[in-house]
Design a protein around this ligand. Sequence first.
Ligand code: NAP
Length: 311
Amino acid sequence: MSCYRGGRVFCRGSRSAVPGVVTGKARTPRDGGRAGRFPLVSRAVADDTPSDGEVVPLADTFVSASGSPYEGKRALVFGATGGTGKEIVKECNAQGIPCSLFVRSKQKAQEMFDAEIETGAVVNEVFEGDVSKYEDVLRAVENSGCNCIMVATGCRPALDPLGPFQVDYSGTANIVSAANRQGASVEHVVLVTSIGVDDIFFPLNLFFGVLFWKKRAEETLQRSGSNYKYTIVRPGGLQDEPKGSPGAVRLGPADTYGLPPRKAPGSILRSQVAEICVSSLAEEAAFNKTIECVAANDEPALPIAEQLEAI
Ligand SMILES: NC(=O)c1ccc[n+]([C@@H]2O[C@H](COP(=O)([O-])OP(=O)(O)OC[C@H]3O[C@@H](n4cnc5c(N)ncnc54)[C@H](OP(=O)(O)O)[C@@H]3O)[C@@H](O)[C@H]2O)c1
């Protein structure tokens, strides 16, 4: 496993007109200031403020805006180069949460997030590794300085018979175990699994029991007995682009969606899932809960916080 510091690779700082304050492109929220969003702001750093073009370790440079519910949060995103993981990184950046990434290919991460840097988002540190190797996972969790862990890894079960066990179960168990070893420094673990994990007859299980193993991973997190909070997010079918209107996010408790008599599983945008994952870091109503999510066109949009309260 290898890693490299965002200070060298991803994070750029430039001298501000105000002595001791580093500013850069990273202060503008990507979303153009949607309600409830918090821009990144700089904070004073020591006298050795870098000159233009020099790089600054992210954790020493940026904090989320004062009063943000995400203030002080530092995320480590597993599966950051995947469809949902990439959206989680973007959403973290929009909310001012510095991110470290755990990826299989740092080259892929660099290509993927180069644009993010150009548009002003922030990536802190990249760890290259395989979630099925405990030593890779432990090293990232120990060295990232994160206090929130977001897990958006997943195998391609149709192509990889061992993937559901190795990635979806064992990989997540490794992350949980590494988090447990950090004591109080890890505060929250958010795990993306899937609608249908409670039902052994759900058709996706034909792919080498992928939902069966996701359910075992959920249980490992729930039973870890650690002091940190957890949130399990189970989406319906994932999409990158909406077919027509994206629909309003609908949240429900475990076992709301799936095979009859449950509601039809439906679909949801990966960006909507990312928003739920990141919101759950700040919404008390998401703590220690399993949340199923889809997007529906025939129902009114309700705030995520309000829906979480009802679960
Ligand atoms: N697709 C759906 O419709 C659907 C529906 C419900 C739930 N889900 C679940 O939701 C989650 C996110 O789905 P997605 O479609 O966004 O995922 P995805 O695009 O397939 O991304 C999966 C990520 O996991 C990484 N990964 C795979 N094996 C790994 C390993 N051994 N070590 C480290 N990283 C590894 C991949 O790395 P690379 O980038 O290097 O490939 C990728 O970044 C998954 O758990 C998925 O099963 C999917």
